[in-house]
Write a protein that binds this ligand. Structure first.
Ligand code: SAM
Length: 229
């Protein structure tokens, strides 16, 4: 499996196949991984000023965090999810419908590399455990789209595995070994990325970073950023 100059593993399957994996496993994902991720994603939302905001979640998956966003933006806000897997979009819509109309909500089937939103339409863009499934060129395209749809005072909020935050760690070695060797693992795409560098390269100033640990073994970085300038 190839690596970039900075050591980041390439994603050896096209995004269409990664998306197909999530489409097939949406129900299982909602009951397992999404639950495990929820606490650190809520902790990330605590870093944001959400009441009344228009919030986009890219790659919203089964909508667990999008439902929390809908509660927190309140009746004057708007919570919009975009995901490329039809089964994830259905699951997110069901979850939002179950919880009632705390806020105006919408979930669209769409590609994070070509977001179906107007320029400057969002006050906040969240990318929760999703940037780390894109290969380098796609990662740049997704972050540029996040930058495009954010207003000039907007905020980007990212939760991701960050390679630079865990250099020389047993976690990085074990995770990357498994990603390379375990059959089928690479079809989920997720592996640690150079998060801060990628966000800066897309025209953001990084405002904060913090490390969280899931289940005592899984480190993630929570990052907030705003348009540079
Ligand atoms: C690891 S899951 C994270 C889901 C959710 N953010 C969460 O944490 O529960 C990644 C999500 O990205 C979606 N995805 C994959 N490729 C995508 C693309 N090109 N555009 C939008 N979503 C995509 C998948 O369908 C999946 O729902």
């Amino acid at each position: 499996m190839s690596r970039g100059a900075d050591g980041t593993l390439a994603v050896p399957v096209p995004n269409d196949r990664v998306r197909a994996t999530y489409d097939r496993t949406a129900g299982l994902y909602a009951r397992t991984v999404a639950r495990l991720e929820a606490a650190s994603q809520r902790w990330a939302l605590d870093r944001l000023d959400l009441p009344g905001a228009t919030v986009l979640e890219v790659g919203c998956g089964p909508g667990r965090t999008l439902a929390t966003v809908a509660q927190r933006v309140g009746p004057d806000g708007r919570a919009v999810g975009v995901d490329a897997a039809p089964a994830m979009v259905r699951a997110a819509r069901e979850r939002l419908a179950e919880r009632g109309p705390e806020a105006s909500t919408a979930v669209a089937l769409g590609d994070a590399r070509r977001l179906p939103l107007a320029t400057g339409a969002a006050d906040v863009v969240c990318a929760m455990d999703v940037l780390d499934l894109f290969d380098r060129a796609d990662l740049a395209a997704v972050l540029e789209e996040c930058r495009r749809v954010l207003g000039s005072d907007g905020r980007l909020c990212v939760v991701t595995m960050d390679r630079a935050a865990v250099p020389d760690s047993w976690f990085l070695r074990a995770y990357e070994l498994a990603y390379e060797r375990v059959p089928g693992f690479a079809r989920v795409g997720c592996r640690p990325i150079p998060a801060v560098e990628a966000v800066r390269a897309a025209g953001f100033d990084v405002l904060s970073t913090a490390e969280r640990e899931r289940a005592g073994v899984w480190p993630v970085t929570v990052l907030t950023a705003g348009p540079a300038g």
